[in-house]
Design a protein. Structure first.
Length: 441
């Protein structure tokens, strides 16, 4: 076994990585380590999907320098600088790194929460990156270390997924408290304010309308977008009228109606389905098929698998009423996704991965396969997981392959436009122009 931790990942042949690798890996694992990377890199002979929904370019060339994309287009139109390192991709697909519009990072180790630390964040952001997820918007439970990492990632040495943060999930009980909590969180400069308006299937009190209206107005006065966890269609309509800027989960109680679609479209609000979140509530009632998938196994710790395979644990899940209700709601969520996508609502791919047994990196690929099962086309899904997820979450420097953006890229061996499941055929991941070493795949 080359890697001791989960998703260890190293820059290939970098200015300073060799020492790091020597310290951490047995010599036998150093296969394929290249010499120092030229500052300017040209990826050629690629099928380029730029993320915007435009048709793929083939043969295409992309040139990156100092972490940014400096040229992209048909090979015949691109002049490669003489001193560039040229990497021929032999017809492989080049697309933007995936953007997870709803994740969580830093808190869970194994199946246990309460481990928030910079070290754990870095481990998880490396795991995301090894699966080609190059940006993660963490919608809640973010602490100081997360803000610090968010504030120090705009440089061309970056070797892990970009992190964006919401701070604590706010749960005020009065309008006055709402104002106070939003002000406190705003002082941290979060990318989003996050609230939950949900009764957990009738089991807990729901945030009253006057409270979330106060949150929304105050967040707006600070210029911070409001992302809402909801379940019910009626609540979500009321939240949209109150000014919510992002719907962080599927509508799961009923099929969306014209009024809902209109409310989403009027302000071009984005919708994040988190289908794998629903799956995770019940799928461990027996052994999921993905437990034998090498692509999954590459990123999971053995003791986590052992725990999830425990027959008593599985039995408890079978008898858990909430798990069975979420299971029954998943087909509604999938139908709603197709309806909203067809209606022109922007879908921002997101998984709610990060909490226990919602596997960072793997679940983003699983989510896209479920989106395909729901009826979206591969091109729609790719756009949703790159350009749209980035634009929806206000990430202006990543998410598409365009001149001036960070060179956050994934190289795939197979064409994802034929089947979105081909996103699993990852050959290379680049972040800010640095090729990541991925010893586990
Ligand atoms: Zn969440």
């Amino acid at each position: 076994m080359c890697a001791s931790g989960t998703g260890q990942l190293f820059r290939q042949g970098t200015r300073r990585a060799p020492l790091l690798i020597k310290n951490l890996l047995p010599l036998a694992c150093l296969f394929g380590l290249s010499t120092a990377q030229a500052q300017t890199v040209a990826l050629t002979d690629a099928r380029i999907i730029d993320g915007t929904g435009a048709a793929a370019i083939y043969p295409g060339t992309l040139i990156m320098d100092q972490g940014k994309i400096i040229a992209i287009g048909n090979t015949t139109d691109i002049q490669i600088p003489e001193d560039a390192q040229v990497i021929a991709l032999d017809g492989k697909t080049l697309m933007p790194g995936l953007v997870n519009a709803h994740g969580h990072a830093g808190g869970v180790r194994g199946l246990e929460s309460g481990h928030y630390s910079e070290e754990n964040l870095l481990r998880q952001l490396s795991l995301y990156a090894s699966y080609g997820v190059t940006s993660v918007v963490s919608l809640g439970d973010d602490e100081e270390a997360g803000f610090r990492l968010r504030d120090t990632q705009n440089h061309d040495d970056l070797e892990r997924a970009r992190l964006f943060v919401a701070g604590p999930v706010l749960n005020p009980t009065t309008a006055a408290q709402a104002l106070e909590m939003v002000d406190q969180t705003a002082a941290l400069k979060p990318d989003f304010i996050k609230i939950r308006v949900d009764d957990n299937l009738g089991r807990t009190p729901k945030m009253p309308a006057e409270v979330y209206q106060a949150v929304s107005a105050r967040a707006d006065s600070h210029g911070i977008p409001l992302s809402v966890h909801t379940y019910y269609q009626q609540d979500t309509k009321d939240l949209l009228r109150a000014g919510a800027d992002h719907v962080a989960h599927s509508i799961r109680d009923s099929h969306v109606d014209d009024e809902f679609i209109q409310l989403m479209r009027t302000r071009d609000i984005c919708y994040t389905p988190t289908l794998t979140r629903e799956l995770s509530t019940y799928v461990y009632e027996s052994e999921p098929t993905f437990f034998s998938d090498p692509f999954f196994l590459a990123g999971v710790e053995a003791d986590v698998l052992t725990t999830l395979r425990d027959p008593e644990r599985q039995q408890r899940m079978t008898q858990n009423a909430a798990a069975q209700q979420y299971k029954a709601a998943l087909p509604i969520a999938m139908t709603n996704l197709k309806t909203l996508s067809d209606a022109g609502v922007r879908i921002a791919m997101g998984t709610d991965s990060g909490p226990a047994a919602r596997f960072q990196g793997y679940f983003e690929h699983l989510e896209m396969w479920m989106m395909q099962d729901a009826g979206m086309t591969p091109m729609q899904i790719i756009k949703s997981a790159t350009a749209d997820a980035a634009a929806c979450m206000n990430l202006s420097d990543t998410g598409t392959l365009e001149t001036g953006k960070w060179a956050d890229l994934v190289v795939l061996g197979q064409n994802p436009l034929e089947d979105i499941r081909n996103t699993r055929s990852i050959k290379q991941v680049w972040i800010a122009g640095n090729q990541l070493r991925r010893p586990r795949f």
